[in-house]
Write a protein that binds this ligand. Structure first.
Ligand SMILES: *Cc1c(COP(=O)(O)O)cnc(C)c1O
Length: 229
């Protein structure tokens, strides 16, 4: 089942790429979100071609990281508490959820302790939802510069989570706005940042996200089926 579902997601991404304007012709990275799915499902996805894994809880990721006998790139996509930064930098190749100076500082010092330069994205809460983390757009630039100046962080781009609208088409203007912001950020002058990733789109909205310029999608249910909590 997993290989077939994965193929369908890949086909949908290709089709969505075909529908977008020529200025958005970059590759799209597919992250398989494996939270609440076991190591067997993970292996199956990886053996079917998945190279990038997304997890949102440190404890669960740590257990899987210690068990999984496959070489993959690990992404932290969920909110990170500062007291877990030390564990996060040991596991994750990229942390998508930096949303405050306080958290950035904690990750920077944890990374420094193990001699690592941690790749990060800054999460933007464009819709200003109370239920979601992320920096507000008007506070974003200041945070981007602060992150850029931290020696053990490398800023790689932006991440956002769209609101769960009843009609998924309602996400489109928000994704379009994020793409506009992403292009502005690319033009900003930084010291070490390398702004290449715009992480947006999950199972119900990744096709729209890709049409609007996303180049990293985080898909769980679409590959693994519904999660059992
Ligand atoms: C769980 C999760 C996803 C994947 O959600 P699906 O709807 O299962 O594709 C993507 N991004 C984040 C931040 C998540 O927490």
């Amino acid at each position: 089942m997993i290989p077939e579902r994965l193929q369908a997601v890949k086909d949908n991404i290709e089709a969505a790429k075909g529908r977008r304007s020529p200025d958005k012709n970059q590759d799209v990275l597919l992250i398989a979100v494996t939270k609440n799915h076991d190591i067997y499902a993970m292996r199956e996805a990886i053996d079917a071609g998945i190279t990038d894994i997304g997890e949102n809880r440190i404890q669960e990721a740590k257990e899987k990281y210690e068990t999984l006998d496959r070489d993959v790139t690990w992404h932290l996509i969920g909110h990170l508490q500062t007291n877990k930064a030390k564990q996060a930098v040991k596991i994750f190749d990229m942390i998508h959820s930096v949303d405050s100076l306080h958290l950035a500082e904690a990750i920077n010092s944890a990374a420094a302790n193990i001699g690592k330069v941690q790749k990060v994205l800054v999460q933007v809460n464009l819709a200003k939802e109370d239920s979601k983390s992320g920096v507000y757009a008007e506070d974003m630039e200041e945070l981007l510069h602060k992150v850029d100046e931290m020696p053990n962080l490398q800023l790689m781009g932006l991440m956002c989570i769209a609101p769960n609208y009843e009609d998924v088409e309602d996400c489109r203007p928000l994704f379009a706005k994020m793409y506009e912001i992403f292009n502005k950020v690319k033009e900003m002058s930084f010291q070490t940042a390398n702004i290449i990733y715009l992480s947006m789109g999950m199972t119900h909205d990744y096709e729209i996200a890709v049409e609007e310029g996303s180049n990293v999608v985080r898909v769980g249910t679409g590959i693994f089926g519904p999660r059992q909590y």
